[in-house]
Design a protein around this ligand. Structure first.
Ligand code: FES
Ligand SMILES: [Fe+2]
Length: 348
């Protein structure tokens, strides 16, 4: 049966493989570290099943595959706080992946090559990050507002997974020309649908877009304050910094600043988890966090609806006729897209 044009065929297995491989040499967020308990936790990253577990106080990211007969290590248990034991025949592994116990042949030495596969991981900004093809090509993205005392920070949040590829999700957050169309009740203004002038630049590991737009003052976390009437509009300066698996949005008005950091975990070529956290210099009460979070959540849900409808699943080549957005106002998207091409992230 032929797929309808809306369903659009998934990329071929070889293209999917190429995508997953191109994305592998980056640090990717895996989960907030506060979500880790004492039991092994299964997760999926770039189509690979992993097990995360804290051994001897340190987090280890294992392939979720016992080297003996391939059982899922995530079904296993932590013994003595130091070892991960497979649920099938009890082989145990230390935090380096070394096999330290084979119950069926105790008394015999264990060959050094008997190991479970592990991957580099590190904690940053309250998230666990992992790299499937080390060495990581870029450092972990920065979120300077988290350590800036002027900012109050809320908790890490996550909605349901997005049915989209990571570049599609990231481009949606880098794109500002949809504000009036997708977010008319919050960050968009029907009175100001005109597109701003963008200044676009690159750092060693990000694309940065700067521009100023008019926004309402009153909506929490959006207009940066509640001193004016709802209909009053103020110029708000944006800085949006997009990495290979993150987007940092910083908004500044004269008297207030707001930032949201979004960490995009590519589960598969067509699925992402999006973790996000808000920082703000105003309304600094922890009790106000849910109000600001609700607005951000609503904005992301508005984005998600459109992003999940986008086809093809992977980006089309920038030279393809299917790309209709090559106007000057779309400079940030073009620059990010160009970077993805340079990194060899395949397109279809
Ligand atoms: S499959 Fe893990 S110990 Fe046998
Ligand atoms: Fe949006």
């Amino acid at each position: 049966m032929r797929a309808s044009s809306f369903e659009h065929p998934h990329p071929s297995p070889s293209l999917v493989d190429a995508y997953l491989q191109a994305m592998a040499p980056f640090w990717h967020p895996v989960c907030p570290t506060a979500h880790l308990g004492t039991d092994p936790m299964p997760i999926e990253l770039l189509g690979k099943r992993l097990t995360i577990v804290r051994l001897d106080g340190r987090i280890t990211v294992f392939s979720d595959l016992c080297p003996h007969l391939g059982a899922a290590l995530s079904l296993g248990s932590v013994v003595e706080g130091r070892f991960l034991r497979c649920p099938y025949h009890g082989w145990s592994f230390d935090g380096m992946g070394r096999c330290v116990d084979i119950p069926a042949r105790r008394g015999l030495s264990i060959p050094a090559a008997t190991r479970a596969e592990t991957f580099p991981s590190t904690e940053a900004h309250g998230l666990l990050w992992a790299c499937l093809a080390p060495p990581a090509r870029y450092p972990i993205p920065e979120f300077p507002e988290l350590s800036d005392p002027r900012f109050h920070t809320g908790p890490w949040k996550e909605g349901s997974p997005w049915r989209a590829s990571a570049p599609r999700v990231i481009l949606s957050q880098l794109d500002d020309t949809h504000f009036s169309w997708v977010h008319p009740g919050t960050i968009g203004s029907a009175a100001h649908p005109e597109t701003p002038n963008h200044q676009v630049s690159r750092t060693a590991s990000t694309v940065v877009s700067r521009f100023t737009v008019w926004q309402r003052a009153q909506a929490p976390s959006v207009g940066l304050g509640s001193m004016a009437a709802e209909q009053d509009l103020f110029p708000v300066s944006y800085e949006i910094e997009a990495g290979t698996s993150s987007v940092r949005i910083h908004k500044q008005r004269t008297d207030a600043a707001f930032a949201v950091f979004q960490a995009v975990s590519p589960v598969r070529q067509d699925t992402c988890r999006v973790f996000w956290q808000i920082a703000r210099t105003y309304d600094r009460e922890t009790g106000s966090d849910p109000v600001h979070d609700r607005v951000q959540e609503a904005i992301l849900e508005e984005d998600r609806k459109v992003v999940e409808s986008q086809r093809p699943w992977l980006l089309p080549p920038i030279s393809a006729g299917r790309i209709r957005y090559l106007g000057p106002c779309d400079l940030p998207l073009v620059e990010y897209h160009r970077w993805m091409e340079e990194l060899g992230v395949p397109q279809m």
